[in-house]
Design a protein around this ligand. Structure first.
Ligand code: NAD
Length: 296
């Protein structure tokens, strides 16, 4: 197999185990170096050891990272720079499913905030840090882990649905950064994969009839999810794409609503088209300000 990602460096969150680990392993197979940030230190260190041992050289590093904190996200990307010289790829994959079925759970601020802080705001913070590092490198790609639960919703998924719909919206808001600084932002949207998180989401809820339904629902293989992520990384035509990973090895984009005709008239369309170069120039200025302010 050709090492299509030779010389590339990837940062991955939530990659100590399961989906993130599978993506890290494939990235290394294709020649990339990987830096993993996760709150599961023992699993993360073990994953990195496994990758380095089988490569016979240093191809991976780990740092304890809580994605809810800017300082931790910054330290993660800084490590990639000091270990391997910079960052080309970010896979923002950390997530939780705990207490998703929240409607009649206690009115506990910390509990509900936690889901959105990790699954949604964690991705926003990771993207902001990644954007400056990738721009510094001359471009790159960010893949966020959303979910089929970012499009389909039900009572059991509840706040998890909200968190993943948020990742879809955030990803789709990022189209401008390709012309601004050559950074593409995409999201992978798998259906059920048999991992710890899936069990947490669907099974640890005694008496919920969904538990029985869940057992029968078709799963997507981890291999299909990895293939979808690698497609989003390697295919430079994909920007702000939300790519479904489905059972039977099916990978296809979920198209967004393009526009509501009631919201556009000819005058608006003409002005909007004319202002694209100004908008790109505006964001180029904003990027430089941000890089100077943050020292990245
Ligand atoms: N398993 C599924 O059915 C499924 C389907 C669609 C999407 N997803 C998404 O895939 C991603 C990976 O999940 P998974 O199924 O491999 O489960 P997982 O629980 O094995 O992986 C999630 C990882 O995120 C890490 N994490 C949690 N909180 C963190 C924090 N604050 N900072 C840093 N890392 C943190 C965990 O320690 C873990 O390693 C998640 O975003 C999940 O929502 C999963």
């Amino acid at each position: 197999m050709t090492k299509s990602l030779q010389g590339k460096v990837a940062v991955l969150t939530g990659a100590s185990r399961n989906i993130g680990k599978a993506v890290a392993t494939e990235l290394v197979k294709r020649g990339a170096k990987v830096v993993i940030g996760d709150v599961l230190d023992a699993e993360g260190e073990a994953t990195v050891k496994e990758l380095n041992t089988s490569a016979g050289e240093k191809v991976a590093a780990f740092i304890h990272t809580d994605v809810t904190q800017y300082s931790a996200n910054r330290a993660l990307f800084a490590l990639a720079e000091s270990e391997f010289g910079g960052v080309d790829i970010a896979f923002l994959n950390a997530g939780i499913g705990t207490n998703a079925n929240t409607m009649f759970l206690p009115m506990d601020d910390a509990m509900d905030d936690r889901m959105l802080d990790i699954n949604t705001t964690g991705v926003v913070k990771g993207t902001k840090v990644a954007m400056l590092h990738l721009a510094k490198r001359g471009g790159g790609v960010i893949v966020n882990t959303a979910s089929v639960a970012g499009f389909l919703a039900g009572p059991t998924m509840s706040i998890y649905n909200a968190s993943k719909h948020g990742v879809i919206g955030w990803t789709r808001s990022c189209a401008i950064y390709q012309p601004v600084c050559n950074v593409r932002v995409n999201a992978v949207c798998p259906t059920w994969v048999d991992t710890d998180l899936a069990v947490d989401l669907a099974e640890n809820d005694e008496g919920n009839p969904f538990t029985e339904i869940f057992a029968k629902m078709p799963r997507v293989s981890s291999e299909t999810v990895v293939e979808a992520v690698l497609t989003l990384i390697e295919d430079e035509s994909r920007n702000t794409q939300t790519l479904l990973a489905l059972p039977g090895g099916v990978i296809r984009p979920q198209e967004p609503v393009s526009q509501y005709p009631e919201l556009v008239n000819d005058e608006f369309a003409q002005i909007a088209a004319k202002r694209i170069p100004d908008t790109v120039a505006y964001y180029k200025r904003k990027l430089e300000e941000a890089r100077k302010r943050e020292g990245i």
